[in-house]
Design a protein around this ligand. Sequence first.
Ligand SMILES: Cc1ncc(COP(=O)(O)O)c(C=O)c1O
Length: 392
Amino acid sequence: MNIDKVRELDHRFLFQNYGRQDICFDHGEREFLYDLSGRRFLDLVAGIAVNSLGYSHPAIVRAVCEQAGRLMHVSNLYLIKEQAEAAEALASIAPPPLEASMFCNSGAEANEAALKLAVKATGRGRVVSTRNSFHGRTSMTLSATGQPKYQSGFEPLLPRAFDFIDYGSVEQLKAAVTRDTAAIICEPIQGEGGIIAAGEEFFRTARDLCDERGALFIVDEVQTGMGRTGRWFGFQHYNVVPDIVTLAKALGNGFPIGACLTSRDIAATFKPGMHGTTFGGNPLACTVARTVIETMRREKLVERSAELGDRWAQELRSLSMHGGKITDVRGKGLMIGLEMGEEAKRFQEAALKASILVNVCGGHVIRMVPPLIVSEASVKELNDVLRSFLGA
Ligand SMILES: Cc1ncc(COP(=O)(O)O)c(C=O)c1O
């Protein structure tokens, strides 16, 4: 099938709820995607921070094929060996007391579970969230998302009150958390919001306030988790341990899976039947997640994300001195944002012409979240295109 036919079927049979680029991929290998005509693209988007091991990683392909041939799905009515193993693997990368997992199928579902858990555990109804955040598209997570552009037209949002504060504002945080607050939810680095870090003081204050006022601290690691920022979890940059952590995206390297991770004590809030999902934690998804963790360990990809990301950010900073088009280089590890104002869209187009995929987030920030296996040669390829765009 050629791209014209795909476009025709798409327009005829699919909801038009995505602003899609007119490209269609056929297959991928490492950090490269190939379109239907065989053109190669360097992919610095990675399915939006999903494909951390790149495309067609042999360990993942093997795990999927072997497990698919053995057992893909059984109900959570039964003990599931692969689920137990994936949970053990997650506990092995998380700091104590985060050792109890509940699996689901997406980031929104992981946050939905986290919010329900916090409300149930505390018996309180209010949640503090941050402006410019992104937590998902279900009713509850959309209500928690601090961006009117996503909420508009879906009002009234949930009656449960979400109190929004400026991301990073310690003063507003102190004022917002009360004895009615069930939880604070926030990202360590806002991804959709434009690659903006909360800062250690904000995280420390959130931790202290939760302890003091009996609320739970939920950290949304859907985008930042699994080594993206150079640590297994973004919160590890701030030296605090949250009460509840949510994961998805890179946990399955493209196979849909999400997780809500907490202490055994907090997890015990949910009694049998209080929360669940049919597909969540099925043997296939869990085998992939366990294999992702093992492979990342074996290939030292968290360390690579930290080391290569730092080096790349430094190079980008020195490039940004030229031409005045880049006003800031942000991020941690291989989660990099280039603040470019009006120029962001133009650079995205220039990169595409050079067969490089980058993404624009927060309206004016070039987001680069490549596979963590991205090669030095690919980094140089991007830098060269950026250099000529900047006229450096
Ligand atoms: C920080 C964060 N939380 C939650 C979500 C929602 O995840 P999903 O699209 O898998 O529901 C996203 C998706 O981009 C995200 O970046």
